[in-house]
Design a protein around this ligand. Structure first.
Ligand code: RP5
Length: 159
């Protein structure tokens, strides 16, 4: 099995509907990922155990999706020096605004790169993780360039 280079964490299995977009995007770019359900408050030990080994096991970026009082990305960032990318999920009566603010408003000192709410955010987090890997991996850079080219080619000149 190929060694995963990006971890995709989510606070609940119910977040997978959104976070599968990150998984699919990384797969499209030929980047192996490891997808886990890890809740900062329901399974705190799972979070610390996973992040204790993540960097040494070859993970280069951690994407975290969570809804509600979404503290998963911030808690993950506190446990690792790896770049942490946050995806707010619309799963509460506040429809993602709560998750967005919880994820983006990290106090200075522990950064979380925060993306948009929902599947587009999950997709962009994956593309951003690919851009990080592409700095040192010409193969990923090439596939990222092709992804952009295909995207441009799919836009019609007229409606
Ligand atoms: C968060 O609470 C999860 O990320 C999820 O979006 C939300 C609700 O979780 P469930 O009650 O659906 O498991 O921790």
């Amino acid at each position: 099995m190929t060694q995963p280079r990006v971890a995709i964490l989510m606070g609940s299995k119910n977040d997978y509907e959104v976070m599968r977009k990150a998984e699919e995007t990384l797969k499209e770019l030929g980047i192996a990922s490891d997808t886990r359900v890890i809740s900062a408050h329901r399974t705190p030990q799972r979070l610390t155990a996973f992040l204790a080994d993540a960097e040494s096991s070859g993970i280069e970026a951690v994407i975290c999706g969570a809804g509600g009082a979404a503290h998963l990305a911030g808690a993950a960032a506190a446990h690792t020096l790896l770049p942490v990318l946050g995806v707010p999920i619309e799963s509460s009566p506040l429809r993602g605004l709560d998750s967005l603010l919880s994820t983006v408003q990290m106090p200075g000192g522990i950064p979380v790169a925060t993306f948009g709410v929902g599947p587009s955010g999950a997709q962009n987090a994956a593309l951003f993780a690919a851009a990080i890997l592409a700095r040192k991996d010409p193969g990923v850079r090439e596939r990222l360039a092709k992804y952009r080219e295909a995207q441009s080619a799919a836009v019609p000149e007229r409606p």
